[in-house]
Structure formats: structure tokens, C-alpha cells
Design a protein around this ligand. Sequence first.
Ligand SMILES: NC(=O)C1=CN([C@@H]2O[C@H](COP(=O)(O)OP(=O)(O)OC[C@H]3O[C@@H](n4cnc5c(N)ncnc54)[C@H](OP(=O)(O)O)[C@@H]3O)[C@@H](O)[C@H]2O)C=CC1
Ligand SMILES: CCCCCCCCCCCCCCCC(=O)[C@@H](N)CO
Length: 329
Amino acid sequence: MAAVSSLSLVITLFFIVSLLIILALIVRPRPVKIPIKSRHVFITGGSSGIGLALAHLAASEGARVSILARSVSKLAEAKRSIRLATGVEVATFSADVRDYEAVSRAAEESGPVDVLIVNQGVFIGKELEKQSAEEVKFMIDVNLVGSFNVIKAALPSMKGRGLPASISLVSSQAGQAGIYGYTAYSASKFGLQGLAQALQQEVISHDIHVSLLFPPDTDTPGFEEEQKKRPELTSIIAASSGSMKTKEVAKICLDGIKAGKFTVTCHFIGYLLSIATSGMSPQRSFWLAFMEVMFGSLVRFVGLFFQWGWYNTIDKWSKQNKTSNSKLA
Ligand SMILES: NC(=O)C1=CN([C@@H]2O[C@H](COP(=O)(O)OP(=O)(O)OC[C@H]3O[C@@H](n4cnc5c(N)ncnc54)[C@H](OP(=O)(O)O)[C@@H]3O)[C@@H](O)[C@H]2O)C=CC1
Ligand SMILES: CCCCCCCCCCCCCCCC(=O)[C@@H](N)CO
């Protein structure tokens, strides 16, 4: 009996070690580190929220920082706050990411970019039926098409920088799972996944490394505005992964970028969600690849429980609303 169980232990260990070795040999692209100090970090949407916190951090770590957004006054205020906190003068560029010419001019003026953080984003949570066609187009244009514009404008300057360069995109957990009230927002963020996966293959030979960042609800000025208006069901479902502080999210994002991770998650639920949605995304870490291979189906099982909870809530809500509507009638 003892011989059988020690044999099965040896076989299991052999299996695990072989799998780890195979994964360490095959994971691509290979692991990379992205240095930040003394390099040019260009952040879109750098005048508020997560982008502003990223700009503060990058400046305090000795990077040359440029930020781009539309409002000149918010840019000036951001510049002032970063100067006060770190002593660093950041360069500011006022442009709308929907305007390719304007973004190109800004990229050219700012000089060659080492770390591009595409972070601008707009979000108006609403059921599609209540959402105007303009609002849908607005979110797709700023979040998705705008990201193309920014990347196309900066990319030529990012090649041959001597050290590894990075293109990082701030998505959202709503870019990994479709969430009630976020048809257009989720679509714009899911689009970034395709953009990032394809782009990584195109730029790897130029030593440029793509990161996709997936924050949960984060207490930014943009989020405060959003929260006043978004459907209650959106808030309830989003609460499945809690909310985080802007500084905390920015720190995790910058660390993920420096570590050259393709997928950057912010906490444990986010980590589970990344396993559940790993699909065909590149994976540089043999250890994370191991977790995906070993626990993929178990995490899918857990994900189905989340869906069960969400649909139960939606069901309850629609029943409640039907009764209150019929009372009104
Ligand atoms: N806060 C949250 O809960 C979460 C946010 N995210 C994502 O993180 C990113 C940052 O969000 P957050 O910090 O909350 O947002 P904020 O609303 O606080 O800041 C948004 C920034 O983007 C800029 N911006 C907006 N539209 C444009 C545009 N058309 N052209 C150029 N710049 C623009 C804004 O400046 P200006 O208006 O002056 O142009 C501002 O600097 C977004 O991509 C968002 O989708 C992801 C998950 C959760
Ligand atoms: C095993 C699987 C675990 C699954 C858990 C899934 C939890 C998903 C919650 C999604 C939250 C969406 C937050 C959107 C934040 C955002 O982008 C807006 N605030 C706009 O700024």
C-alpha cells in the first residue's frame, strides 16, 4: 500500500516538474524587463485618475514624463501637482485622441517614446436601449479608435531605442467579461485585447513589448462621475471584484509594465479572471502558464458560479421592476 502511494507521488511529481520544464522552454515572448529610469514615458489621459497617478509614479522613479489629454487647465493642474510632489517638470500636450493629426503632432514634438501608456478612456454606463448612438460611437472612438491613433503616432519613434520599449494599454475588467450596462464600453475594451495580441506579434522583433492592464472599479474622478449615473445592476455586478484606490492600481500597473507582463491584473479576483479568459493571449511567465494549464477548468467552474449569481440578481431585479411597473399602471 505504502509502495503504491509513494509510486503515485513520484509519478505526480515527475508530471509536474516535466510540465514546468516544458512550459519554461516554450513560453513566448521570452520574459523581459522594461527600465523606466531616465526614459521617456508618454501617458495619454495623464491629467486625471489612473493616468495622473502613473505620471506621478514614473516621475518619482526618474523618468522623463509627457502627458496628453484634452483640457489645458487639467493638464496645467496635473503638471503643477507633479512638480510639487516630485520636483519633476512633465511635458503636457493638449490633443483629442480622436484627432490623428493632433496626436501625431504631439508625439513628434515630445520626442522618441520608450514607454507608451495608452490610458485615456470614457465610460457612460447605461442599458443599450437607453444609450444614444452618439454615446456608443463616443466610447468606441475614444477608447478603441483613439488607442490606434496614439499607437500609430508614437510607434515609428519607439523602434531601435537600445533598451526594451513598451506599449501598454489600460483596459478594464469589463474588457474581460461583458457587464450589464457596458455594451459599448465592454466592446471598446474587448477590442483592445485583439489590438494588443496582434500588435505584440508585429512589434516583438523591434524589442517592443505590449502590456494590457485590467483594473477593477477604481476611485478616480472619472469613476465618481460615472457612479452617479450608471445602472444599479452595473454597480452590483461590478462589486463582485470590489474597488481599489487609484494609487494602488497605478503602482500595480507600473510594476506590471516594468516586469514586461502581457496581462496585468490588480488583485486576486482579477488574477482568477485572467486565468478564466486567458484564451490565446501571449504568456511570458512559465509559472503563470502552469497555473493556466493546471487550474483553467477549475477557474471556469468558479466563473460559472459568478455568472449564476449575476443572472439571479438580474432576474430578481426585472421581476421587482415588473411588479412596481404594474402597480404604477
Ligand atoms: N476608474 C475606474 O473605475 C476604471 C477605469 N479604467 C480605465 O482606466 C482609464 C483611466 O480612467 P480614469 O482614471 O478613471 O479616468 P478619468 O476620467 O479620471 O481620466 C480620464 C483621462 O483621459 C483623458 N481623456 C478623456 N477623453 C480623452 C480624449 N478624447 N482625448 C484625450 N484624452 C482624453 C481625460 O482628460 P480630458 O477630459 O481633459 O481629455 C483624463 O486625463 C480609462 O481607460 C478607463 O476606461 C479601467 C477600469 C476601472
Ligand atoms: C473566476 C472568475 C472570477 C470572475 C470575477 C469577475 C468579476 C468581474 C467584475 C467586473 C467589474 C467591471 C469593473 C469595470 C470598471 C470600469 O472599467 C468602470 N468603472 C469604468 O471606469
